[in-house]
Design a protein around this ligand. Structure first.
Ligand code: NAP
Ligand code: MG
Length: 486
């Protein structure tokens, strides 16, 4: 099937005010299949003209049909978008696999997750309430939860459907209008999503999608005076620029900037349960996951056994074309492949290489593949144990006791997710309180999962919470009303 047959849209156009328009200048950007390096299509290269038009359309939607709609009606539209997404889940999965190189079974999980986000936030739309406040005699005081207005949502390429689901789904449910800027390497699913929204009856202007370059469309959007809230997921450097842009307009911003998440294994862990999760929590999406558990901290009593068993799993991991649903697909781009490969090369010079996976014979030479790589006995302050690699690379770090585990786990600039394997209930509770992270998983690990679970970081991992009901609070502002009635 061709890309056009899968998408049913002309991807060289952007979606503004309910219409598909050719960006000013009519320029396009290539769509590359990371499994082969082939150019398989083109997307529109948006400009500030379309960003201006999209922000204006979103502002008008807030004053028009969309802004007047009841929460129940908004919820119904999101439910309809969810149903239409499910009906097209297979197409969406194939589109994502071709566009970003995600193994097809993982893309299927993403399209179903997008539908689930829309369902979750559709159901939440009319359950978002203010409070009544006990106040002075003769007064009634209460709060209203109002949408911010026009939200700029800028998403990365690693989980396009999941991240647009959690951002756009929550923003719309709370009554905002959205201008979405997908990553240049992963725009197709966002464009198809716009078509689904229109088909579900979302009023014109409530959702606009402008594709193009980050430094161009993304920068214009984040600094636009017509934006009332920004939600960004991506790198620390770009996140800082977004926050600076938001500061100039004094608008709130939610940043989700990745991490170096620790996965901690104590001597009393159930290793049979832990082993596949320890590896899977980093290998899913070839390690291109903000919450990838890329540091595995193991207590010395079980260190040798965990190392031996991880090596066994690694040696069975197969990297191949995304369409084949191997354990790992390619990385998204040549650039990412080079970044990750240089970390691996450095590790091979400076660290103990414990294991590598295997390249499938069908892996094309121009595909952006790297082998999953495990390093062991890594010092906690080594660059590979400190910096986000965003590829299928894990480091094994031994520790002696709980205090040392905490010191190492909390010893990076990041704090997104932490995982913990122990049967000791008191230790579970102690560690959960002391770990510096936005989420803690005990005897399980949820990289990328958990639509219902509030998610976000501390430190350089960012601030603000998305996912779960909590996200709806972030996409609203509180107004306090005080009535004196005597
Ligand atoms: P990035 O620059 O942070 O890109 C994320 C999003 O921001 C994309 O939509 C991008 O558009 C846009 N963008 C880029 N420059 C912008 C600007 N000046 N103003 C506004 N928006 C802008 O990330 P990347 O370069 O694709 O990846 C680099 C590294 O970031 C990775 O190696 C990884 O470590 C990290 N990363 C983290 C996450 C995460 O989930 N936390 C996701 C992806 C990457 P374009 O794509 O069109 O440039
Ligand atoms: Mg691509």
């Amino acid at each position: 099937m061709t890309l056009d047959e899968l998408t049913h849209i002309d991807a060289t156009k952007v979606f503004v005010n309910g219409a598909w328009i050719v960006p000013a200048g009519g320029q396009t950007l290539p769509v590359e299949n990371p499994s082969t390096g082939e150019i398989i299509g083109q997307i529109g290269r948006g400009t500030s003209t379309e960003v201006d038009a999209a922000v204006a359309a979103a502002g008008a939607a807030m004053e028009g049909d969309w802004g007047r709609m009841t929460a129940t009606e908004r919820g119904r539209i999101l439910m309809k978008m969810s149903a239409l997404t499910l009906a097209r889940a297979e197409d969406l999965a194939m589109i994502e696999t071709l566009d970003v190189g995600k193994p097809l079974d993982q893309s299927r999980r993403d399209s179903v997750a997008l539908a689930r986000y829309l369902e979750f936030y559709g159901g939440g739309a009319d359950k978002l309430m203010g409070t009544t406040i006990p106040y002075q005699d003769g007064f009634t005081a209460y709060t209203l939860r109002e949408p911010h207005g026009v939200c700029g949502v800028i998403i990365p390429w690693n989980y396009p459907m999941q991240i647009l689901g959690r951002g756009v789904g929550a923003a719309l449910a709370a009554g905002n209008a959205v201008v979405l800027k997908p990553a240049e390497d992963a725009s197709l699913s966002s464009l198809v999503f716009a078509a689904i929204a229109a088909e579900a009856g979302l009023p014109a202007g409530a959702l606009n999608v402008v594709t193009g370059l980050g430094t161009d469309v993304g920068a214009t959007l984040s600094g636009h005076a017509g934006i009332h809230h920004l939600s960004f997921t991506g790198s620390v450097g770009t996140g800082m620029r977004i926050q600076e842009a938001a500061a100039r307009n004094v608008v709130p911003v939610t940043l989700e900037l990745g991490g170096k998440s620790p996965h901690i294994v104590f001597d009393d862990a159930d290793l049979d349960k832990a082993m596949p999760v320890l590896v899977g929590a980093c290998m899913q999406n070839a390690g291109q996951t903000c919450s990838a558990a890329s540091r595995v901290l193991v207590q010395r009593g079980v260190y040798d056994e965990v190392r031996r068993r991880m090596i066994g799993i690694y040696e069975g991991l197969v990297v191949g074309p995304a369409i084949g649903s191997h354990d790992l697909g390619p990385l998204v781009s040549r650039k990412q492949q080079q970044i990750v490969q240089s970390f691996i090369d450095r590790g091979k010079q400076e660290l103990t290489l414990a294991a590598e996976g295997q390249m499938h014979p069908d892996a094309a030479p121009d595909g952006h593949f790297v082998l999953p790589t495990l390093f062991s006995e890594v010092a906690p302050d080594h660059a590979l144990a400190q910096q986000e690699i965003f590829g299928p690379v894990q480091v094994l770090i031994p520790f002696d006791d709980e205090a040392e585990a905490l010191r190492i786990a909390n010893g990076t600039e990041y704090g997104l997710v932490a995982g913990l394997w122990t049967r000791d209930g008191a230790r579970q509770l102690r560690m959960a309180r002391k770990l510096h992270s936005g989420q803690v998983f005990i005897n399980n690990y949820g990289a990328g999962g958990g639509i219902e679970l509030p998610f976000g970081g501390i430190g350089k991992s960012g601030h603000g919470r998305e996912k779960g009901f909590e996200a709806l609070y972030g996409f609203t502002r509180v107004k306090t009303v005080t009535v004196h009635h005597g």
